[in-house]
Design a protein around this ligand. Structure first.
Ligand code: FE2
Ligand code: FE2
Length: 136
């Protein structure tokens, strides 16, 4: 079973950003599968790196759309993204130093909450403004 499943109530009203969120969720699921199947550090770290790269792609795209739509909380949202990216880099370093089962379980739970909370709270806040843009 997927670690996270995308749900309709996660829609931010901008199809390209919904697609990004689905891709991020898929990458996180792949990562968790690799951990659960004990694929080894190289495979898991490769997926983790891909997840980090896609986070960068998505954050920049989302920031561009918020700017284009004139979203008033853009700067605060960008600051949250910057903090998340720093946290992600830190997690990767810690994961490589300590890939124990307990550390992996903590990391999975953290990433689950980190991603779903961000989509459902911070991202959802731009829905009324940015969803109008995608309909024009
Ligand atoms: Fe965001
Ligand atoms: Fe997002």
């Amino acid at each position: 079973m997927a670690f996270i499943a995308w749900r309709d109530d996660m829609s931010v009203g901008v199809p390209v950003l919904d697609d990004d969120h689905k891709t991020l969720i898929n990458l996180l699921n792949d990562y968790v599968d690799a951990l659960d199947n004990e694929e080894g550090l190289f495979v898991t770290d490769t997926i983790f790196t891909a997840l980090g790269q896609y986070i960068d792609t998505h954050f920049r795209r989302e920031e561009g759309i918020m700017a284009e739509a004139g979203y008033p909380d853009l700067e605060a949202h960008k600051a949250v993204h910057a903090r998340m990216e720093a946290q992600f880099g830190d997690l990767r370093d810690r994961f490589l130093l300590d890939p124990s089962d307990a550390a992996q379980d903590r990391l999975k739970d953290f990433l689950h909450d980190w991603l779903t909370d961000h989509i459902l709270k911070t991202d959802m806040a731009y829905k009324p403004v940015c969803s109008k843009l995608s309909k024009t």
